[in-house]
Design a protein around this ligand. Structure first.
Ligand code: ZN
Length: 561
């Protein structure tokens, strides 16, 4: 009996938690409804965080061992915890500038646009430029572009330019056209179109893609202070919505300088995975200086060149293999020259630089797949600095079904934006016809073909809210629950897939899958904590779900009331 007791007590001792061996955590989150985004251990209750890393994932009791004298214990009261959400395609300063200039998001009609414009013009100084962005005419009655003559009614003297939400078109007034010296005889620039009145042949005010530059270069440049403020405002909005990283789809070294300054002063905490535009001077600089990886405690990485190969579907700038169904005289246009692209792709492979290319139309997608394939063949893996370069196609919106398997075959990542599908469902059928909708916004077909599909918002093209994107991915219906005939509901994804679209898959697309994207020991402590369980609630309730806390690098950077 005595021997048995001794054995038992030895056994008990060995079963006792090795309290002194466990370091105390900085924060312990308990009573959470935790989704880890790991297939073999999908759920947990509690998380312990030390410095910037996750040190424990499991039960409340297990996490309790990490509670020391200085540990902050956060009771989540059953709130849902997800790996920190990443927006795989956003334009950060655009999001900030949307807050700073005339914000035309949600404009319901031409009259609505004109009254918002009038209010702004009334406050402007004589001759001062009025700029804004965010209108989209597809819900208006009738759904037609505004004209310069419309704008002239409320702004006869102040020059005005107002970007369509997608950024691929803008309307300017006559005063702006006069300053830019655009008239009937002005030729279309490469990659753009000055839209004309069908009867008179006069420019009607709409400028598509590169043609916007004719007016935009007359607008006084934004100051460095404005640009910094835009980044700060954009970051503030992003972390309040629960984004922990954004992948900034294009820009310049000026942006990078601003990020560095704001990181150094502690003004921003959001992770930014930044691309610079190419071909051109910014791409050349990245190719010669090499990538920036994980600066500011894994917050800033720059290793990607962003190429734009066509326009957008709404403004009929997307390059299609066959003409638009509702405008048989046009099939859109490519916006990059193959002879400028080719040497850059070769250099990128040799130097270990990622390339991501905006491609909306089926022609643009085929074009870039062809160009990528040629470059990948020309530079075999043994001659590349990064053997698997993880090149991306941004949007991959309308893809000929025969081209879908080519992504997996070539190791190309389609980076897609669910909200585009629920915004475009009102005009895509007329632009494309029923046949081409097969292969449009084809998320599930892509996933089944063997690729990962990182999800993004493309804000400020779209609103840039994680709950809208998650909802759009799983519902494939508009925000009222409406869909339309021929909209391929089978291309909606499961909730588990949608979770990966905003967590593990963006991490993979950024070469960061070992560092972040899931909730597991050793990974960076990025968490998005929500007011409801978006993995189980009815679809429409996802849109009502709020971010209650955002954690980046183990630091609570946003806490809702
Ligand atoms: Zn974009």
């Amino acid at each position: 009996m005595k021997v048995l007791l001794i054995i038992l007590s030895v056994l008990m001792l060995s079963l006792l938690p090795a309290q002194q061996n466990v370091t105390s955590a900085d924060i312990v989150f308990k009573n959470g409804n935790v989704y880890t985004a790991i297939d073999h251990a999908p759920k947990a209750q509690a998380i312990a965080v030390k410095a910037d890393r996750i040190v424990y994932v499991g039960t409340n009791a297990g996490a309790q061992e990490y509670v020391g004298q200085n540990t902050r214990v956060v009771d989540l009261h059953g709130n849902t915890v997800l790996p920190g959400f990443a927006d795989a395609h956003q334009h950060l300063s655009g999001v900030g500038f949307r807050e700073m200039t005339l914000n035309l998001e949600g404009t319901t009609s031409l009259e609505d646009l004109l009254s918002k414009l009038k209010a702004r013009v009334d406050q402007a100084k004589p001759g001062e430029w009025v700029t804004g962005r965010g209108w989209i005419e597809t819900h208006w009655q009738p759904p037609v572009f505004p004209t310069r003559w419309d704008l002239d009614k409320v702004s006869p003297n102040n020059p005005v330019i107002l970007g369509r939400a997608d950024g691929h078109g803008a309307v300017a007034n006559s005063a702006a056209f006069k300053i830019a010296e655009i008239d009937k005889s002005t030729p279309n620039p490469f990659g753009g179109e000055i839209s004309k009145d069908k009867q008179s042949g006069e420019p009607n005010g709409m400028l598509l893609d590169a043609a916007q530059g004719l007016v935009r270069r007359k607008v006084p440049p934004t100051t460095r202070e404005d640009a910094e403020r835009a980044v700060v405002l954009g970051v503030k909005r992003d972390i309040e919505l629960g984004w922990t990283q954004i992948q900034d789809a294009g820009g310049s070294y000026d942006d990078i300088d601003i990020f560095k300054k704001l990181y150094a002063s502690g003004a921003i905490k959001l992770r930014i995975y930044k691309a610079v535009y190419g071909p051109g001077p910014n791409a050349n600089r990245l190719l010669s200086e090499g990538p920036i990886v994980g600066e500011f405690q894994n917050r800033l990485t720059v290793r990607t060149i962003k190429v734009i190969s066509d326009g957008a579907l709404g403004s009929r700038g997307a390059a299609l293999l066959a003409p638009y169904s509702d405008a048989p005289d046009t099939a859109g246009f490519l916006t990059v020259k193959a002879e400028e692209l080719r040497p850059m792709l070769i250099a990128a492979l040799r130097k270990g630089i990622q390339v991501e290319t905006h491609a909306i139309g089926d022609k643009a997608n085929r074009f870039i797949l062809d160009e990528y394939e040629t470059a990948l063949k020309a530079v075999p893996a043994s001659e590349r600095k990064v053997a698997d370069p993880r090149w991306r196609v941004e949007h991959a919106q309308i893809v000929n079904p025969t081209d879908i398997p080519r992504f997996a075959k070539l190791g190309i990542i389609p980076s897609m934006q669910p909200s585009h599908a629920i915004g475009d469902l009102f005009f895509a059928p007329s632009r494309l016809g029923m046949d081409r909708l097969k292969g449009a916004y084809a998320w599930e077909s892509f996933i089944k073909s063997g690729v990962v599909v990182p999800g993004g918002s493309d804000a400020p093209v779209e609103r840039g809210e994680p709950m809208i994107e998650f909802y759009a991915a799983v519902a494939r219906k508009d925000q009222k629950g409406f869909s339309t005939t021929g909209w391929h509901p089978e291309e909606a994804v499961t909730r588990a897939q949608a979770l990966k679209m905003f967590t593990t898959w963006p991490a993979y697309a950024a070469f960061e899958e070992k560092l972040r994207g899931s909730i597991e020991v050793g990974k960076l402590a990025d968490l998005t904590i929500l007011s409801a369980d978006i993995m189980t609630i009815p679809e429409l309730e996802i849109l009502k779900t709020r971010c209650v806390m955002t954690v980046i690098n183990g630091e609570v950077v946003f806490e809702g009331s």
